[in-house]
Write a protein that binds this ligand. Structure first.
Ligand SMILES: Nc1nc2c(ncn2[C@@H]2O[C@H](COP(=O)(O)OP(=O)(O)OP(=O)(O)O)[C@@H](O)[C@H]2O)c(=O)[nH]1
Ligand SMILES: [Mg+2]
Length: 294
């Protein structure tokens, strides 16, 4: 697991190497500032971290404490619910929603749960086919209609069917883009309302999928979705393909929405629960050398 995380941070490590060619036991504040900026920690957060360090030389322990502080609040509490647990997956187009749904569904299935998917992206051509293909591949049932049909109706039918057939978990895909932003906001709000009508407390969790290759520009996007429909958790995808691993800290710090998982590849099993301690340690391993004097 830990090595996997290390591999995902490979490109971030390469970016850091351009300003800090060698790992060391300590860095000056100035060196550290450049390292954090190169890893794509957002400028304002870098300033906060650096300004709060009072020592001239920065050790791994000092930086670890500062990085942990950016995520100090992070804790996800699962709401009480009567099965099925309904998850709504939202995010801009191409962020990785459909792929992540397949990953989540595989995970739940492996935990012994009965999962039903809802193909709620009825806007984009081929979106339904894409999720249907994934469903076949990971052998999980799906409720789908035709392109152009009402996505709220798909959400309702999926939840209704899951209830009557005794499913534990429902995951609903949504469109990443409609003709206008207002259309998208209205559609997502409607889906949310209809979920609640179909099953008490649903959606129990609305997850925003964030494309990790976008780095800090994802913050404004996430804020917009949060204002639109309220986000309970974030999944950051494509961390394997980006040098912007440090933006995870800025996203966490700016939004104060728990990061639940990270996507580390295109396969169904490439999803890792986000553990702030593991992530921070993997990042520190990229920067610091082992202190052999200890
Ligand atoms: N390397 C890598 N690629 C990923 C990851 N997650 C998704 N992808 C790829 O990103 C691309 C877009 O993923 P989709 O799941 O189709 O994204 P989407 O949000 O459903 O897109 P729309 O349906 O167009 O809104 C695909 O080529 C995926 O294989 C990841 O964690 N790592
Ligand atoms: Mg999709």
């Amino acid at each position: 697991m830990f090595n996997f995380l290390k591999d995902s941070l490979e490109k971030t490590a390469a970016a850091i190497k351009t300003v800090a060619p060698k790992k060391k036991i300590t860095f000056t504040k100035e060196e550290l500032e450049n390292i954090l900026l190169e890893a794509d920690v957002e400028y304002r957060l870098v300033e906060i971290i650096i300004n709060e360090i009072y020592q001239d030389v920065v050790t791994r322990e000092i930086l670890r404490a500062k990085l942990l502080a950016t995520m100090a609040w992070m804790r996800y509490i699962e709401p009480k619910f009567t099965p099925p647990f309904v998850e709504l997956i939202v995010g801009v187009n191409g962020a990785g929603k459909t792929t992540t749904i397949a990953k989540l569904a595989t995970k739940y299935k492996n935990e012994g749960k009965k999962v039903l998917l809802g193909a709620g992206d009825t806007f984009r051509a081929a979106a339904i086919e894409q999720l249907t293909l994934w469903a076949k591949k990971v052998d999980i049932p799906i409720v789908a209609s035709k392109q152009g049909h009402d996505s709220s109706a798909v959400a309702f039918d999926t939840i209704d069917s899951a209830k009557s057939r005794g499913f534990d978990h429902v995951i609903i895909d949504t469109a990443g883009r409609l003709h206008t932003q207002t259309n998208l906001a209205n559609e997502l709000k409607k889906i949310k309302r209809i979920c609640e009508k179909a099953h008490e407390g649903a959606p129990h969790r609305t997850i925003l999928i964030v494309d990790g290759t976008q780095g800090n520009s994802a913050i404004a996007q996430a804020q917009a979705f949060n204002e639109m429909i309220g986000i309970d958790g974030i999944i950051i995808t494509k961390l394997d393909g980006t040098a912007k691993g440090g933006s995870v800290f800025s996203i966490a710090y700016a939004l104060e929405i728990p990061i639940l998982y990270i996507g580390t590849g295109e396969k169904a099993e490439n999803l890792m629960p986000f553990n702030k301690y593991e992530f921070i340690d993997a990042m520190l391993d990229v920067i610091f050398d082992v202190d052999t004097k200890k």
